[in-house]
Design a binder for this molecule. Sequence first.
Ligand SMILES: [Zn+2]
Length: 182
Amino acid sequence: MAIQPIRLFGDPVLRTPAEPVKDFDKELRKLVKDLTDTMMDAPGAGLAAPQIGVGLRVFTYYVDKQLGHLINPDLDLSDDKDEEGEEGCLSFPGLSYPTPRAIRAVATGFNMHGDPVTLEGTDLMARCFQHETDHLDGVLFIDRMDSKQRKLAMKEIREAEWTGLSAPAFKFSPHATQGKAL
Ligand SMILES: [Zn+2]
């Protein structure tokens, strides 16, 4: 087991686009194992390498009892969307919000041995592929919400206990915080 600390919203690594994997070597296999162990321990339905501080285009998933990983993913999305589905993120502990996503996704990429892989997902699996691939582009689920939902979410995020535990992303009010952990 090699469980890594999960980076929280506010950490700049989550806003940094990840680099494509070039070497399908032992180090990459260790990264896939670390991601898998960390995701299963959390527990979560998916985890992208930037969430453990590694800027490479790799994610793992565990949806409908299917465990896997994908490297250098490329997505083909359906036009029909699920506007209402709830989505959470391990980098925003304890919070979930309706987030619009395509209902179906075909993800192409590679496994850790460098073999080409095609994955097809609907509903939660499709949502997971989109969420994790976004992480590799420095995009977060709050960016996918409509503006009204995002406003509500940001208010709760600013008030969340973990906010400010990593590099600060916000300017806080200079006023007393009434004992709230910022
Ligand atoms: Zn996430």
